[in-house]
Design a protein around this ligand. Structure first.
Ligand code: FES
Length: 151
């Protein structure tokens, strides 16, 4: 009898522990699931008309570029470095996915929780983000004045 009560109590504690554990996971579940969706199935490349973004006609003026479905729906930050060279980073913060600000000086800040990234290479300067901004490839077509952005 005492052994049966002990077993029932142990079973109860085991099950209630599972319920409490699941309950503790609920607040972080949405961000966990959204981080899993970063590998979504959108287009892996887009073509941008430079004339659609006046900032891209001059060197050193970063602009947000977004096209439906590309980069999981988040914009990318495109900066013309020279006549045919562009830097392209995802504007999706690697902490919890907020859209970062356009570069200011040598840094890119995320207003959501304060992460700071290098505008030169997308690396993390200060957290809470741990990973650099995703970098994209850019191929400029001078004949059509377009930029092919690819993963
Ligand atoms: S989402 Fe950017 S710092 Fe948290």
């Amino acid at each position: 009898m005492a052994e049966e009560i002990k077993n029932n109590r142990r079973e109860f504690l085991k099950k209630s522990g599972m319920v409490v554990g699941f309950g503790l996971m609920l607040p972080v579940l949405p961000s966990f699931l959204s981080s899993c969706s970063s590998n979504s199935t959108g287009p892996t490349e887009i073509t941008v008309k430079i004339s659609d973004y006046p900032g891209l006609s001059v060197n050193g003026t970063p602009v947000f570029v977004s096209q439906s479905g590309f980069n999981s729906g988040s914009p990318v930050i495109v900066t013309r470095v020279s006549s045919s060279v562009f830097t392209i980073y995802s504007a999706k913060c690697t902490h919890e996915g907020a859209t970062v600000n356009l570069p200011s000086g040598s840094t890119i800040r995320c207003s959501q929780h304060g992460a700071v990234f290098s505008a030169a290479d997308g690396s993390v300067i200060s957290g809470p983000a741990n990973s650099p901004l995703q970098k994209f490839n850019g191929t400029y077509d001078s004949v059509n004045n377009t930029l092919l952005i690819s993963v």
